[in-house]
Design a protein around this ligand. Structure first.
Ligand SMILES: [Fe+2]
Length: 380
């Protein structure tokens, strides 16, 4: 059993159906009379943004809204957001939406109190001043961004995903309200739900795993693997949505503390070069990398297999069979070929993945360039 050497703070969390009604109370607690909402078009279409800003208005809190966040935003798009929002006189930033909106809100809150542009803060611990208070209201069960120290940005020039990593951008508050996730379409539910599951799976076998992160990872795996198919097939099932949201939050705690590994490292070039959505890229790389990682970590994968299946009598390889089963049931493409990836880009993909050293160093098994080529080949 490995004891943690450091435990990151978590947000103050409100959970449950209609917990968004707590927002006026949260904002009064931090003496915010005007706030900035960072969100995407789906929160406008679903009516969630209107519902929440009207509630704030009734409580004498003024809302500015930026609702143009796109999925997996580029550095340029985030700069445009800042140009528009930076002059607003607000005391807090609310990220309402999927991981992209929450990540963007974390960047906005930091850039309100720090000079310069987004690029200046890519990397680890580059944020100097404390950001404006951040309130995360996730509307998908996926990234766990509501509790992590990470914002992912897309670097179009280098065709890569890059990260701003700082404890200062861990949200101060999170509202986990399953009623806000009910309108999410099945495809998005599947991709984001698998991303959350992969956070927990990767955190559990990570080199930096501890008994603290393990506890959250294993509970997250249980919650997500028992509920993801119901949430996918029966989107209005509030209990499944609630369990997915809590599972994704717990997976977020696990990976904020233990980190993720090679699945994410190998997914990043697929997103950067081919625009494959994060959850899909991760899911397609998952079985291959699990098979690779089992070697040397058999005991951990045996525990994963029993958590995933709910069956005590399982072998390490049953964990791979189970995630493959989930991907199939969720209609996720089965390999790189189905995603339209060309074999001629194998070298570029492998080089791209090998550059994500922050994550590869945390993977249970060491991966070299030749392994990387074989792993991508295996995923075709
Ligand atoms: Fe992820």
């Amino acid at each position: 059993m490995t004891y943690p050497t450091r435990i990151l703070r978590t947000p103050d969390v409100y959970c449950g159906v209609n917990s968004f009604h707590k927002l006026p109370q949260i904002l009064k607690q931090i003496q915010a009379t005007s706030v900035l909402f960072i969100t995407g078009s789906s929160s406008v279409q679903s009516g969630a943004l209107k519902k929440i800003t009207e509630l704030l208005k009734e409580n004498d809190i003024f809302s500015y809204c930026y609702s143009k966040v796109l999925a997996e935003p580029t550095i340029e798009q985030l700069e445009d957001m800042l140009k528009e929002c930076r002059e607003y006189n607000v005391q807090a930033v609310v990220g309402l939406g999927g991981g992209s909106a929450v990540d963007a809100a974390k960047v906005a809150a930091a850039l309100f109190t720090n000079r310069g542009s987004v690029c200046d803060y890519i990397g680890i611990d580059t944020i100097v001043n404390v950001p404006l208070p951040i309130i995360a209201v996730p509307t998908t069960a996926g990234t766990g961004s509501e509790t992590t120290q990470i914002s992912i940005v897309t670097d179009n020039n280098q065709q890569l995903k890059r990260a701003i990593v700082s404890e200062k951008i861990i949200p101060n508050f999170a509202v986990l309200d399953p009623s806000l996730t009910l309108t999410k379409p099945p495809k998005l539910t599947a991709a984001t739900g698998m991303d959350a599951l992969i956070h927990a799976l990767e955190a559990y076998v990570a080199r930096n795993a501890s008994v603290y992160s393990d506890t959250f990872a294993l509970k997250a795996i249980e919650l997500i693997s028992r509920n993801i198919l119901t949430a996918y097939r029966e989107g209005s099932n509030i209990k499944a949505r609630e369990n997915m949201l809590l599972g994704s939050y717990m997976a977020g705690i696990a990976f904020a503390n233990a980190g993720v590994g090679a699945v994410h490292a190998f997914a990043y070039p697929l997103g950067g070069m081919y625009g494959i959505p994060h959850g899909i890229a991760n899911s397609v790389m998952l079985p291959t990398l699990m098979r690779f990682n089992i070697v040397g970590s058999e005991e951990r994968f045996a525990i994963l297999a029993s958590k995933l299946t709910g069956d005590e009598n399982t072998s390490p390889s049953d964990s791979v069979a189970y995630v493959s089963f989930l991907c199939k049931e969720l209609d996720i493409p089965s390999g790189l070929k189905e995603l339209g990836i060309c074999r001629s880009s194998l070298d570029d993909l492998a080089s791209g993945a090998m550059n994500v050293t922050r994550l590869l160093e945390n993977n249970p098994r060491t991966i070299n360039y030749e392994d990387a080529i074989c792993i991508y080949e295996d995923a075709f």
